[in-house]
Write a protein that binds this ligand. Sequence first.
Ligand SMILES: Cc1cc2nc3c(=O)[nH]c(=O)nc-3n(C[C@H](O)[C@H](O)[C@H](O)COP(=O)(O)OP(=O)(O)OC[C@H]3O[C@@H](n4cnc5c(N)ncnc54)[C@H](O)[C@@H]3O)c2cc1C
Length: 418
Amino acid sequence: MARSSTSVDVAVIGAGPYGLSLAAHLRARGVEHRIFGEPMGPWKTNMPLGMLLKSYPWATSLSDPESEFDLKSFCTERALPYHDELMPLPLSRFIDYGETFQARYVPAVERKTLIALEPGSGVLRATFDDGETVHARRVVVSIGLHPFKRLPQEAAHLPTELCSHSGEYGSLETLDGSEVIVVGSGSSATDLAALIHEKGIAVSLIARRPKLHFADGPRHRSLFARAAAPMSGIGHGWTLATCAKYPQLIRHFSKDLRVRLANHKALGPLGGAFVKDRVVGQVPVRLSQAIRGVETRNGKVVLDLVDSAGARRSMRADHVIFATGYKVDVSRLGFLSQTLLHRMQLVDGAPQLSAHYETTVPGLHFIGPAAANSFGPVCRFVYGTDHPARHLARHLSTVLARVRPALQLRPLDRTVSP
Ligand SMILES: Cc1cc2nc3c(=O)[nH]c(=O)nc-3n(C[C@H](O)[C@H](O)[C@H](O)COP(=O)(O)OP(=O)(O)OC[C@H]3O[C@@H](n4cnc5c(N)ncnc54)[C@H](O)[C@@H]3O)c2cc1C
């Protein structure tokens, strides 16, 4: 393994929508930086092929400095069908858009994994899986949700052949010929159940909730309805609309209120509008089922269930997929040294952030879903990329002494593919 040591002003960890947007703005401002990670990584490997995004196309763009390359421009350039809200956005198209954005605005992504982050003298020391150590004056962590998968305690002992988390599926091939149970009631559960069923694999869906809820499909809304509950990039209603537009306001609220807003009940669990008819009446669904225990018997997994009336039943399958969501908990990030972790003030497992997305460790910033307990629920969506990208790039270009003249930037090559 090559061992080398280098230094940089800003290290961006993560090349999903948040990391790419920030890097595009840093580059335009001439801030010296490097960006690490797999471009659009989890979208390519952790989300099921065939998935439709839940957010509206108009609210699913990355942030570039001139606001010139949103999803609509991408589709127009390629003569792809597009509508702000009447048609769903397929996962494959969003990946294509993200990779094209990366090739144009962030051409130098380094596909390496951060394995250790420690304090150095006046810098942070980031060590990568190829042995390189980077001394960075600022580190911005934008690693998304996938490091924070949540499995129920009862399933912790199960082998991976029998049980998985919904965030482990790109392709569904490993499930061919199996009998599968999906546990959960949100969009991951309903998306997976529909896709598995449509592949001809026997699947049932079980959920603790008494009813499956789906987002409203696109429909005409009267002026009154729009005034009473305006539409925003993250959902209907004045609360979400305010959160979507003014993330910087949220930081001034009490901790309790911020955590409640980050987990706003209108945001889920909720299936996507376009998947409803592919689940209801198609996939066997058992509701109001709580899991009391999980065991293995004769190579199968057996769920011991109890319903709201106290009736018990067991269900068996070859494989159970827990679509039980994510919970940001930075203590689970293997790369963070104990020293950094102890210095970091937390709000319900996520870092407490300053107005500049900085943790209580000087020089260490978090953006994306891990920032939601400080900046509100917009950080959980692609729609939230613009604020940290613009704000943090401006802030870093001001505070870092070694500001370089801004590159005369035009998107590199309109026809380049990644
Ligand atoms: C199933 C599912 C469906 C979703 N659908 C939508 C939707 O329809 N609309 C919407 O707005 N949001 C949706 N979201 C939320 C969405 O995932 C987030 O809004 C968005 O991906 C966050 O972007 P990000 O850049 O923070 O992280 P990600 O897109 O998750 O990217 C993380 C990046 O970090 C890198 N990385 C991770 N660990 C390391 C490491 N140790 N070292 C180096 N690099 C690392 C990865 O390689 C990758 O480049 C969905 C989430 C899930 C789980």
